[in-house]
Design a protein around this ligand. Structure first.
Ligand SMILES: NC(=O)c1ccc[n+]([C@@H]2O[C@H](COP(=O)([O-])OP(=O)(O)OC[C@H]3O[C@@H](n4cnc5c(N)ncnc54)[C@H](O)[C@@H]3O)[C@@H](O)[C@H]2O)c1
Length: 382
């Protein structure tokens, strides 16, 4: 029987093509790549692609997201995986340091965890690497002078912005609403906080499913964009008073506060899609004096019962709804395939020495964006 990992690998068409090419070109022959990235089926496809390119890959996961099935799959195929699923930050720190103890030639970082620790105990021969996230870029940018190595930030590619943040997050947050609540969207009042690339996708996905969407953004330029895109941009508190569904996706904290509870009407559903579980102030909401009791409504959904008889439903405890709750899928395979194709090509360029030494914590080079875009368009051409 094929597994989900096989299904993901087969669906990663860009990585499949790159993998076949790397098997011949061997850009990583004799090189070790160290990584600390979510170990789940989609990253397994990336790691196997790097290994086919000749790399010795030493991998550990991130806090809370490592999947044992993926660890087993990788180990069976010769990948050195340090540790396993853990939510213990001391253990995670030890696992990251064990990856670095192998003195890799390249680092594939996620959140700046590896490069920041490398600076504590640097070694000769590190060629550079990649950083997947915005938060990693923010952490590493002030360290540019010390790092002095080519480090390419995948999140800053326009492809990642529109393929993953806009299209894939929009779809998967909408899919998560359906998966968790099993409720409809037609004619429902949906309030989306944040109109960045993720919020644009979320707002569009709910509108495409016949929701009546209001966008709230602190930036008047973003509000204007939402207005011209045809969304309602009326005032925050009024929008909350009529909301059936509220989604936060701003990257900021304290978007939906305990003080908002009296505004919400019976049966409102609250969801967060922003990275940190701090957009909805869950502890303060649960402790609000209007809340009489809290019950588990269904898997991934809690209900706050207020003294005046309203029921407010909170999805996945305020954690990213598309990566939590029952059977979370995360973003689409195609969007991750595009992002990981950028990863593979960036690591290849650094291994081959074609990235300028002063490209320290900079976006993906345009030439790589163009190559990945062209490959995808060729694959989908009919
Ligand atoms: N769930 C996922 O799979 C997933 C994937 C990628 C990114 N993210 C996360 O989603 C969040 C948003 O990402 P993005 O790329 O859209 O960011 P972005 O910076 O492009 O957009 C954020 C928007 O939120 C607005 N905003 C900030 N504070 C606000 C407030 N108090 N009220 C209303 N609006 C406010 C900003 O003006 C901006 O327009 C981040 O936390 C990011 O890490 C989640």
């Amino acid at each position: 029987m094929t597994t989900r990992i096989d299904w993901v690998a087969e669906s990663c068409r860009l990585l499949t093509a790159i993998s076949a090419e790397f098997a011949t070109t061997q850009p990583f022959a004799g090189l070790t790549i160290g990584t600390g990235i979510h170990l789940e089926p989609k990253t397994a496809a990336l790691i196997m692609t790097l290994a086919r390119g000749g790399a010795r890959v030493i991998a550990t996961g991130n806090l809370n997201t490592t999947q044992q099935g993926t660890v087993d799959y990788l180990r069976e195929r010769g990948i050195e995986v340090i540790g396993g699923p853990t939510s213990d930050s001391a253990q995670h720190d030890a696992d990251l340091r064990e990856v670095l103890a192998a003195h890799p030639d390249l680092l594939l970082d996620n959140g700046g965890d590896l490069f920041a620790r490398y600076l504590e105990n640097p070694w000769d021969g590190l060629l550079g690497g990649t950083e997947e996230t915005t938060s990693g870029r923010s952490r590493l940018a002030p360290l540019r002078a010390e790092l002095a190595l080519p480090i390419l930030v995948i999140n800053d590619s326009p492809i990642k912005q529109f393929a993953e943040n806009k299209h894939a997050v929009g779809q998967s947050v909408f899919e998560s609403y359906l998966r968790i609540t099993n409720r409809s969207t037609g004619g429902k009042q949906v309030v989306v906080f944040g109109y960045g690339s993720c919020g644009q996708g979320v707002a569009s996905s709910f509108r495409n499913a016949y929701g009546l969407v209001t966008v709230i953004d602190t930036d008047p330029v973003k509000r204007l964009e939402a207005c011209l895109d045809g969304f309602d941009v009326s005032e925050r508190d009024n929008a909350l008073r009529r909301a059936d569904i509220v989604v936060t996706v701003t990257g900021a904290r304290d978007i939906l506060l305990a003080g908002d509870l009296p505004l919400l009407r019976d049966d409102t559903i609250l969801m967060n899609a922003g990275h940190f579980p701090l957009e909805i102030d869950v502890p303060a909401l649960l402790a609000h004096p209007d809340v009489e009791r809290v019950t588990d409504a269904t898997d991934g959904l809690q209900t706050l019962h207020t003294h005046d008889g309203r029921r407010i439903h909170l999805a996945t405890g305020g954690h990213m709804a598309n990566l939590a709750g029952p059977r979370p899928m995360g973003n689409s395979i195609e969007s991750m395939d595009l992002g990981f194709a950028l990863q593979a090509r960036c690591l290849e360029a650094i291994a081959l020495g074609t990235v300028a030494a002063d490209s320290v914590v900079v976006p993906v080079p345009r030439v790589i964006d163009e190559a990945v875009a062209t490959s995808y368009l060729e694959l989908v051409a009919r």
